[in-house]
Structures are given as structure tokens and as C-alpha cells.
Design a protein around this ligand. Structure first.
Ligand SMILES: [Fe+2]
Ligand SMILES: [Fe+2]
Length: 138
């Protein structure tokens, strides 16, 4: 099966630990996609929601600290993006807790996560990466 969500070197932000976190995040989005395609969404959705809840937070904290240390001027705006994710994510947790159909929930989560992470890593994270690369020259 074709892998739809995969980290590629053009997504690198130039910091190894962050790149590793991004790889792991995209790999989990892809795992959920495969589970959906194989009709196993119901078994994995709770675990997936729990994973992103914990791991995204860990990632955001680390990344924000990295931007702060490097004096990135877009930090506050970037934090708003992260908060937007967390806000949307609360709804998934609520839907899970309230017993929403798990297959439907899995589709909803997959659709959101796939778009959000690819766009955020490829565009928003790229911006701090470019800024820091420029300002570290010489
Ligand atoms: Fe990131
Ligand atoms: Fe970010």
C-alpha cells in the first residue's frame, strides 16, 4: 500500500529532535489511515487520539522552547497555531468520550490530522526554520 503521510527530507527544520518528532507524528497519521483502509479503525482510534493528545503537547513545548532560544519573532503567532490544534483536539476527545461512532470519528480525526500536520510542518514550521538558518549564518 502506498504510504500517504511520510516525512521527506524537504520537511526538515534543521533540528534533529524536532525532525524525529515530526517523523513520528506523520507515521502515526499514516498508521491510522492504514487501519481505516483495513477496516480496523474501531480498534485503534482511542489509542490514536490518546497518542496525539500527549505527543503533540510534548512536541509543541519542545518546539516553542527552540523558537524562544533562537529569538524567533513569530513565536507568539506560532503558538496560536499550536493552540488552535489543541482546541480542535479537545473536540475529538469529547466525541470519543460521548460514544460517537468510532469509524466515523476515525475518519474525522484522520482527515484533520493529515491536513493539519502536513500544512503546519511544511509551512509554519518551515518559517522558523528558515529564519533561524538565516540568523545563524556567520
Ligand atoms: Fe512542529
Ligand atoms: Fe509548530
Amino acid at each position: 500500500m502506498d504510504i500517504k503521510f511520510e516525512w521527506t527530507p524537504d520537511l526538515s527544520v534543521g533540528e534533529n529532535h524536532i525532525d524525529e518528532q515530526h517523523q513520528k507524528l506523520l507515521a502515526r497519521v499514516n498508521e491510522l489511515l492504514e487501519a481505516i483502509l483495513q477496516g480496523e479503525a474501531q480498534e485503534v482510534i482511542a489509542d490514536t487520539i490518546q497518542f496525539f493528545d500527549r505527543y503533540a503537547q510534548e512536541h509543541f513545548q519542545y518546539e516553542e522552547e527552540y523558537m524562544r532560544e533562537n529569538g524567533y519573532p513569530g513565536l507568539a503567532e506560532h503558538q496560536l497555531q499550536h493552540q488552535g490544534f489543541e482546541k480542535q483536539y479537545k473536540e475529538f476527545k469529547r466525541n470519543l468520550a460521548s460514544g460517537m461512532d468510532k469509524e466515523q470519528l476515525a475518519l474525522q480525526v484522520e482527515n484533520y490530522l493529515g491536513k493539519w500536520w502536513l500544512q503546519h510542518i511544511g509551512e509554519d514550521d518551515k518559517q522558523y526554520s528558515l529564519y533561524i538558518a538565516q540568523h545563524n549564518e556567520g
